[in-house]
Write a protein that binds this ligand. Structure first.
Ligand code: ADP
Ligand code: MG
Length: 376
């Protein structure tokens, strides 16, 4: 029943406006009733969002669960996919069992449920990755070319975009209930610093690169280092972290030789572009890691492709989406997931290789305006 209902996409402007109480006039909970109950504006905002989630999340969860149960090529039968499908079904039932939102008590109750759901699904990414690593091995062993699985890719692109959407809606609600943080509307920071995000991501990427190779290139940051804009800082961090890890690995692997395992490494250069009136904030990450052939472009964004070997994940429970405990590379997920994060807010991630020399990665981040969630 629920998987046949239509999902409602939300624009980011709506998300921000709802979060700051600007859309209360449209609330399903009339002002007269709110007044009778003595509710504050903040409480009314919380209830408005809770009520939307109570209605919307079961629809989205049902769509995902049924898609996971219907994957082609025997993927649905794999233990990892079944595990993830179970999580979606459990979460669906949890929300369906929450009462309609007609008081702060019911809003609190759904918040507790959502907290549980948020943690339940924390390892979706690595769990699916594990399933696909097995799928990939099996197909390679059978001599099947991986490009045959385009359908699987489209599914995964959509699936992860949806996942980002749901986590955004839930995270936003949980944050809104907390005492307001200066400069934030829920998860969105109205003065996200591109420089800070790059700095943090490069420190962590260097740590991982050094751990793996004994050395790591430095990162030079130029351009609008003073630029701040509205964004979700954790998303920005994640995308930069993935791109920087790739650049560092490529740089080390391209320059180190058997005779000289610790050569002088060229810097990874990051440029933040200008912007108050621009459509996008653009961040370019350039490395001298040897690039790759242009014909590999499709594979680069594939969930089934990595040129890293030996780093298979052994204990997914220890790996979280944003963790630095995992291997530097090896899941083959960094780029497609980062691109999904960028696209969720109307941006994009693209790579331009200069074979034999290096790669430029362009992160286009749209300024959060009236972009609707790109729900496939
Ligand atoms: P992973 O890093 O786990 O392999 P990614 O999605 O991050 O997965 O990258 C996929 C593949 O793309 C890498 O294995 C690598 O072969 C290639 N790649 C990505 N970034 C670069 C880069 N900056 N220079 C050269 N190759 C790259
Ligand atoms: Mg990577």
């Amino acid at each position: 029943e629920y998987k046949n209902k239509k999902q409602t996409s939300v624009s980011l402007e709506t998300l921000l406006d709802t979060g700051s109480g600007k859309l209360l006039y449209a609330s399903r909970f009339p002002e007269s009733k709110a007044e009778a109950l003595g509710l504050t504006t903040h409480e009314r905002t919380v209830m408005q969002i809770a009520s939307f989630l109570r209605h919307e999340l079961p629809v989205r969860l049902a769509h995902r669960a049924s898609e996971l149960r219907d994957l082609p090529h025997g993927l649905s039968a794999s233990p990892s996919v079944q595990q993830v499908a179970c999580w979606y079904e459990e979460s669906f039932i949890d929300i369906i069992n929450c009462p309609d939102i007609d008081s702060m008590d019911s809003a609190d109750q759904i918040a507790r449920t959502l907290q549980g759901i948020y943690s339940r699904h924390a390892e979706t990414l690595v769990t699916i990755a594990q399933g696909l690593i097995e799928f990939r091995k099996q197909k390679i062993a059978e001599g099947e070319p991986l490009h045959k699985y385009k359908q699987v890719h489209t599914f995964l692109d959509d699936f992860f975009l949806h996942r980002i959407g749901m986590r955004m809606l839930i995270g936003q609600y949980l944050e809104i209930r907390e005492p307001p943080r200066e400069g934030y509307v829920g998860m969105v920071c109205t003065s996200t610093s591109a420089y800070q995000a790059i700095k943090e991501a490069s420190d962590h990427a260097r740590f991982m690169c050094e751990r793996q190779f004994g050395d790591a290139p430095y990162v030079e940051i130029k351009g609008r280092t003073d630029l701040t804009f509205s964004y979700v800082p954790s998303h920005l961090y994640y995308m930069l972290f993935e791109v920087l890890k790739n650049s560092m690995r490529a740089t080390v692997e391209h320059h180190a030789t058997e005779d000289d395992p610790f050569p002088e490494l060229p810097d990874v250069r990051v440029i933040i572009s200008d912007g108050e009136d621009n459509e996008d904030v653009v961040i370019k990450v350039s490395d001298e890691g040897g690039g790759f052939p242009r014909s590999h472009m499709r594979r680069i964004f594939s969930y089934l492709y990595t040129t890293a070997s030996g780093n298979t994940v052994t204990n997914s429970a220890e790996l979280k989406d944003f963790g630095i405990e995992g291997p530097l590379a090896g899941l083959g997920y960094g780029l497609p997931i980062s691109r999904a994060y960028a696209r969720y807010f109307g941006g994009d991630l693209s790579l331009v290789p200069m074979e034999g020399w290096g790669t430029d990665a362009f992160l286009h981040l749209s300024r959060l305006k009236n972009h609707r969630e790109p729900l496939p």
